[in-house]
Every structure is written in structure tokens, then in C-alpha cells.
Design a protein around this ligand. Structure first.
Ligand code: PMP
Length: 372
């Protein structure tokens, strides 16, 4: 099998799996319990929060362990919406958000919040002038993905954060799920930031929500005091251990992994253009994600044919609804047909040159098969 869907999921690092097992075996108590087994587990959780904070250059009180980025996004967006409803109910977003952001905003819209969606240019970047026009005294949230999961566009988070300084009630939430461990990201620019362990070698079901201490946020999961007020439930010691282990490795190896993937991405771009195929990801997108399309071939048919030949690629993100045009590709191309023909190849440091060559060989065979 040739796996080229690392944006959807990356297998866990051996070290992260070992850290999970060791922590689960070592800490037998509930971190919230008041006896020595509980204190040991609680201290371990505090240690993981300190390690994560150090790696991300934030403070440990700003780390909330969650089950992943979907929970982090929902906690931040709904939590800020409810905590700031006396200031207003207006929010701004982009057409490139993951369904855990866009779906959450739609749910809020049904409950009376007003949502504006920014336009993006041909490079997929948000229009900062339009952002200035849309901001109002009752705007309480701008939610942006640092890197989107379909095209790999890097958004101008710093510039957006600077614009928001004139709006003291407007918070900035950044979904950095596809950025952390891949490109440098400055957490201090945002009020809340989501990340997910299984995107950089942690175990699935682990995530972090970073929340600046001064930010008011209502908890999404109520249920008494835990290691944090903002997320009840028994803290998952093994998941936190695995996430922190993978995070430290991913950040330490970020530069060398990036260079490796950049070379593979350049090879794919050259080969796609030789074949007259489209590339929807802009040149300056992260190299981990390459969105492409072939004239006259529907994305789902292409994905399924590739899958029959043992190649795993994706159409839109794994959590999207099937058989609808890609919202992200439509937003950059304004072309419904191209949006229906777009698919995504996603790479990691585990991808080999041999896999890319084999992928290209199968792609040629599949194109012939479909067009025959
Ligand atoms: N945001 C983005 C940009 C993502 O790519 C994903 C995963 N596809 C998520 C959020 C959701 O992450 P999780 O699987 O940890 O809930």
C-alpha cells in the first residue's frame, strides 16, 4: 500500500507509543484523586503540561489537554461565544476552515450568532482589507486556520492579529492543527489555538487547546474540577505523555523533515505539470499538502481507482461530506468543475522517493483506464 494521506492521520511514533504504555502502567491513580496514587498521576500531568508549554513557548497554565483538534476548536469557539455574548454575537471566519470550525459556527448561527466569511485571493490568503471592513464593535471572534488541510495555504496570522488590536472584545482563535510540527508558529499571536496529536506522531484522541490566561471562555464539557476548569473528565495520562513526546520530536526535527518533504513536493509538482495536470495548492503552500486535479476526471472516481491499485489519497478532508465540490478549491478557483475534480496528496517525512515514483506510475495507468 502507498499511503499518501498524512494530513488525515499520521501513524504514531514508536517513542510516543512507548510513552503512552509507560505512563498508563506507571500512574495507576486518577490524577484528580486525593491520595498518593492520585498525586503521582496529577504531578505527571502537570509535568506534561510544563513540557508542552516549554516546547510551544507558552506557560503551563495555558495548556488544556483535549481529545483532539475538533474538541479544541469547539471548546474555544463555543466557549468564547457564550462568555462574550454580552459584548456581541458577530464572528468572522474563512472558507478554508475544517468542519470542526465551520460546523461549530453554523450551529452558533442557528442559535442567533451572525457569521461573516472572508474572501480569499487566488493564493488562498484572506483579504486583510476586507477584514478591516467587516470588523465591528460587536465582533467577538475571528477564527482562522494557520494552514488549511485541503490546499495547505499559510494564512497571515500576524497581520490579522495586529488588525484585531483595535478591537479589544474580538478574540482570535487559530486552528494550527496542520501547522504545528511543520512550520514555525507563534502562539502568542492568538488568544486560543488548537492542535492535534495524531497529525505529528502522537496517539489519536489527544490534543491541546492553548488559551491565554486572560481570555474568558465557558467550558464545553462541564463536570466538576479537573486539572483545568475548562475541560472536565479524568485526565488521560497516557495520551498526554504520547502527545508531548511526539510534539518534542516533531519540533526538534521540523527543519529537516520540512526539507525532505519540500523535495518530494517539488518532484510531484514537476511531474504533474509535465502531464498537464492542475495544481490547486499555491506555490507558497506548505509542502506537506498538494491539491491537484485532472481535466474531465471526477475526484471521487480518481480516488477510488487509485485505491483499487493500493494508493490512498483523499478528496477534501476526511471529515467532509462526500460528493459535494470542495469549498476550499472553489474559493480559490471560483470553478465548480475544478472543485469537483480536486483531490489531495499529503506527504510526511515517512514518504519515500520510491513511493512517489510508484504513485506516478499508478497515476498514469489509472488515467488511461478511466479515459479508455
Ligand atoms: N483542524 C484541521 C485543520 C484538521 O486538519 C483536522 C483533522 N483532519 C482537525 C481540525 C480535527 O482534528 P482531530 O482529528 O484531532 O479532531
Amino acid at each position: 500500500m502507498i499511503y499518501l494521506d498524512y494530513t488525515a492521520h499520521m501513524p504514531p511514533d514508536e517513542a510516543a507509543l512507548r510513552a503512552f504504555g509507560n505512563a498508563e502502567r506507571t500512574y495507576i491513580g486518577n490524577p484528580n484523586s486525593h491520595h498518593s496514587a492520585g498525586y503521582e498521576a496529577g504531578n505527571a500531568m502537570a509535568g506534561y503540561a510544563r513540557q508542552a508549554a516549554e516546547a510551544l513557548q507558552v506557560s503551563p497554565e495555558e495548556i488544556i489537554f483535549t481529545s483532539g483538534a475538533s474538541e479544541s476548536n469547539n471548546t474555544a469557539i463555543q466557549g468564547i461565544a457564550y462568555a462574550s455574548r454580552h459584548f456581541g454575537r458577530h464572528m468572522i471566519t474563512t472558507p478554508l476552515e475544517h468542519p470542526s470550525v465551520s460546523g461549530c459556527l453554523t450551529a452558533l448561527q442557528e442559535r442567533g450568532w451572525q457569521i461573516d466569511v472572508l474572501s480569499i485571493d487566488r493564493q488562498g490568503r484572506i483579504d486583510l482589507e476586507e477584514l478591516k471592513e467587516l470588523l465591528r464593535p460587536d465582533t467577538v471572534l475571528l477564527t482562522l486556520c494557520a494552514v488549511d488541510s485541503e490546499l495547505g495555504v499559510i494564512q497571515p496570522v500576524r497581520e490579522a492579529s495586529d488588525i484585531l488590536k483595535a478591537y479589544p472584545h474580538c478574540r482570535l482563535h487559530v486552528d494550527a492543527t496542520q501547522a504545528v510540527g511543520k512550520i514555525p508558529f507563534d502562539f502568542s499571536l492568538a488568544d486560543t489555538v488548537s492542535l492535534s496529536g495524531h497529525k505529528f506522531g502522537g496517539v489519536s484522541g489527544s490534543g491541546i487547546l492553548y488559551k491565554k490566561q486572560a481570555v474568558d471562555m465557558e467550558p464545553l464539557i462541564h463536570g466538576g474540577v479537573s486539572t483545568t476548569l475548562y475541560r472536565s473528565g479524568t485526565p488521560a495520562v497516557g495520551l498526554a505523555a504520547s502527545l508531548v513526546t511526539a510534539l518534542c520530536t516533531a519540533l526538534e526535527k521540523q527543519g529537516e523533515r520540512y526539507e525532505r518533504v519540500r523535495a518530494l513536493n517539488a518532484l510531484l509538482r514537476t511531474e504533474f505539470s509535465r502531464r498537464g495536470m492542475r495544481v490547486h495548492s499555491p506555490e507558497n503552500a506548505v509542502p506537506y499538502i498538494l491539491n491537484g486535479g485532472i481535466n474531465g476526471i471526477k475526484a471521487a472516481a480518481f480516488r477510488d481507482a487509485m485505491n483499487r491499485h493500493g494508493v490512498c489519497i483523499s478528496v477534501k478532508s476526511a471529515c467532509s461530506v462526500e460528493h459535494t465540490p470542495s469549498r476550499a478549491v472553489y474559493a480559490v478557483t471560483k470553478n465548480r468543475k475544478q472543485a469537483l475534480e480536486s483531490w489531495r496528496v499529503s506527504l510526511s517525512h515517512l514518504t519515500t522517493n520510491e513511493e512517489i515514483n510508484e504513485f506516478l506510475r499508478i497515476l498514469d495507468a489509472v488515467c488511461k483506464e478511466i479515459q479508455a
